[in-house]
Design a protein around this ligand. Structure first.
Ligand code: PLP
Length: 444
């Protein structure tokens, strides 16, 4: 008899992945006992690694008191405490947290809140959203409409909303012209965004949506200095909202709780998820400013949206403890230190590699981009599936990293994204780069 057929609809319909049966800090343990170093925290999720005793204890405490109460009837202690923790001392004016089950739901909620805000503030004509190419905002239809990942959008194009248009991303390695300085590049992107507002009619635009550091679709690409200040100015000038998607790059991943703190601006609405609960429970949140919520409070009095598992008490309890551990153990400082080490080691190992065109990122959110030719930045042919080969070669060497494929239009090469847990040690960082180096050389 062959192995029993899996009834789980896996990502691949041809292969069943090995079962993970345990976790131990930065390590994942497979059913055959193999230990795999979790160098990307899944998809930048497991910021505290696996089986953190404080989070397990918080989960068990909450489960023994109350696992679930519908938000139509009750709030809960962990939801109130988590909101206080995240937006209670918010420097940028985000004052409310709406807890959902993941990143896509957080983005959907942000889009709908922006729309409702403009209806209730007497500007119902604001129904357009501008986002960027090479972006990912989630897989549900609203979030997919916002996203600019052509491959993910294509099969569903007839179902996607026409309310979204896309401009050039602030992705210097692929979009900045050689003749341009960084300042010129920012000015060109700002002019393009301004032109898009004018094309649509500035008073029809509800919001601009962007990731401060682009995750999976570009590979840890931060914006050049001044870009987000220019974007914020344009939104302000036209009375549109700024929605920032920090689902991947937020909650400490880049060394500050929010990546936007490093840009000298603040959003009106923000989506967070992954590092919020660190994978201990599925949880995301939409954060919103006072101004937006006050307008709706004085208008209809309720946000016209909702899910069954809003502010799930167990999810909120897990996220609250994750955030407390990050604060109590000064893990943001650690992210900055280890992030510096990771960047240095990647530069030592790949800086002169003939097939590594770029090394970029912030904090413990770093990527290398692989190219067929460094001088021309020509990506490898996507048909080679280099990303899948690197993933397999790394896994063989006991390393789980997050490679993504290049695009057929050459706007992105294959890249490998690293997002190790904040509790990693200096030795773990060295081991990640060492194993990744071996995997890349074996796959090429
Ligand atoms: N936004 C960004 C920037 C993401 O990276 C992701 C997921 O990778 C999402 C939104 C969607 O989050 P989720 O997969 O939790 O729905």
């Amino acid at each position: 008899m062959g192995a029993a057929k899996s009834r789980v609809l896996h990502r691949s319909l041809r292969e069943t992945p090995p079962k993970a049966v345990g976790g131990d800090g930065v390590w994942l343990i497979a059913e055959d006992g193999k230990r795999v170093l979790d160098a990307s925290g899944g998809a930048a999720v497991s910021c505290l690694g696996h089986q953190h005793p404080r989070v397990l204890e918080a989960l068990s405490r909450q489960a023994s008191k109350l696992a679930y109460a519908h938000t139509g009837f009750f709030s809960s202690e962990p939801a109130e405490a988590l909101a206080e923790k995240i937006v209670g001392d918010e420097p940028g004016g985000l004052a409310y947290a709406y807890f959902v089950s993941g990143g896509s739901e957080a983005i959907e909620a942000g889009i709908k809140l922006a729309r409702q805000y403009f209806i209730e503030s007497g500007q119902p004509q604001r129904q357009r959203f501008i986002a960027r190419r090479q972006s990912y905002h989630g897989n549900t239809l609203g979030a997919l409409s916002a996203g600019g990942n052509a491959w993910r959008r294509e099969p569903y194009a007839p179902l996607l909303s026409q309310a979204f248009s896309h401009v050039t991303p602030a992705f210097a390695y692929r979009e900045k012209r050689d003749s341009e300085s960084e300042t010129d590049f920012v000015a060109r992107l700002a002019a393009e965004l301004e032109a898009e507002f004018q094309r649509l009619g500035p008073d029809t635009v509800a919001a601009f949506i962007a990731e401060p550091v682009v995750g999976a679709t570009a590979g840890c690409a931060p914006a050049p200095e001044g870009y987000f200040r220019a974007v914020r100015d344009i939104c302000n000038r036209h009375g549109a909202l700024l929605i920032l998607d920090e689902v991947m790059c937020g909650m400490g991943r880049t060394g500050t709780r929010h990546a936007w703190e490093q840009e000298g601006i603040a959003p009106d609405i923000q989506a967070i998820a992954k590092g919020l609960g660190g994978g201990y429970q599925p949880i995301g949140a939409m954060l919103a400013s006072d101004r937006i919520i006050d307008t709706i409070r004085q208008g209809s009095g309720s946000f016209q949206h909702g899910h069954t598992y809003l502010a799930h008490p167990l999810a909120c309890a897990a996220a609250l403890e994750v955030q407390r551990v990050i604060d109590d153990e000064n893990l943001l400082d650690r992210v900055k230190d280890l992030g510096g080490q990771l960047e240095r080691r990647l530069t030592e190992r790949f800086g002169n590699h003939r097939h590594v065109g770029d090394i970029r990122g912030r904090g413990l959110f770093q990527a290398i981009e692989l190219v067929a030719d460094r001088a021309s930045r020509e990506p490898f042919d996507p048909a080679l599936k280099l990303n899948a080969r690197i993933k397999a070669a790394a896994f063989e060497r006991g390393l789980a990293c997050y490679p993504a494929g290049g695009t057929a239009d050459g706007r992105r090469g294959d890249h490998v994204l690293l997002a190790p847990p904040y509790i990693s040690t200096s030795d773990d960082i060295d081991m990640i780069v060492d194993r990744l180096g071996q995997a890349v050389d074996a796959a090429l």
